[in-house]
Ligand binder design. Sequence first.
Ligand SMILES: Nc1nc2c(ncn2[C@@H]2O[C@H](COP(=O)(O)OP(=O)(O)O)[C@@H](O)[C@H]2O)c(=O)[nH]1
Ligand SMILES: [Mg+2]
Length: 357
Amino acid sequence: MRVVLIGRPGSGKTTLFNALGGARPKTPHAPGEEGAVVSVEIPDPRLEWLRDLHSPRKYTPARIEFGDLPGLPRGEARGKAELLAEIRNADGLLLVVRAFRDPSYPYQDPEPGPLAEARAVREELLFSDYAILHGRVERLEGSLKKPTKTREQDERELAFLRRLLHAVEEEGKDLREVPMSKEEALLVRSFAFASQKPVQVVVNAEEGRGPDDPEVAALLAAFPGALHLHALLEEEISRLPEADRAPFLRDFGIAEPARARLIRTVYSTVGLRSFFTTGEDEVRAWTIRAGESAVEAAGKVHTDLARTFIRAEVTAYEDLRAAGSWREAKARGKLRLEGKEYVVLDGDIVHIRAGGS
Ligand SMILES: Nc1nc2c(ncn2[C@@H]2O[C@H](COP(=O)(O)OP(=O)(O)O)[C@@H](O)[C@H]2O)c(=O)[nH]1
Ligand SMILES: [Mg+2]
């Protein structure tokens, strides 16, 4: 599961990438460092609590990958098609827009400010989807003029793609907002449309500009769920030795670095959920997609477990936490037996019962 950082050049992507735990660049912010990928642990206080309860030999948080990309320039530019292809290859997008002035990176869009920047990047992604849709529709129209073996299927695809084209062109909708049947979703998957990807917006402000700064507030209002942070400050914090962090945060009046909150939010925005397995051997978080079932969850742990699945013993983290111990949770009737079809929820502690093969 890879999330790529996108945005205009100079919005603070590489700075934020470094703060997320990326490689330390030789020269800070050297453009050559782009293209780097880092695998990051999902900070999860629930899992830490389970670790403290079990004192396991092994402790394994869930992870997600972040990729740093070059900035998306405005208009025609060399390498832009390749960049858009990389964006289409990702599972999710982290759109970084800036609320700071930097003379070496003048605003590229006619209107300055984070809101205009976010809109402009969104429109570029939408336009690249439009171009793909338009091309495919024209090709299908052309081939349907001649007799073909796949006529019926082509006609159906054409009608569907025209509907998407209409949503993009006439209604200015991102494709992720267009309702689709399962079959249609399968059909569009190979196009890997950019505007269909889950996106987390981050506004990177200079210190002193909080969430109620007018430009920042306008962005936050127009993009619900967007996060506000100071990338430069986050990067500084991430470079500090562990012991120096607390005093530093106190001096700056920061309750908690934004890093952990950002990682957790991105994880959930891209549709990922965690379930836990616990024991003396290992306390571990596993990643599933929202809506996945108990037998699919078992398959993450081991393919054999999915094959020979009998039942899942499930306890909600919150119930165990409230009970304080497994014994008490059981006494309260918080251990449930669930079947294959059970939809696993974020925070479920799951023990799979499977038959020997
Ligand atoms: N004042 C200020 N400058 C920043 C901030 N974040 C990044 N910068 C500066 O903006 C420039 C571009 O940052 P960089 O992370 O390389 O942008 P990228 O092109 O999006 O990867 C660098 O000089 C950074 O030091 C910030 O929060 N505040
Ligand atoms: Mg960069």
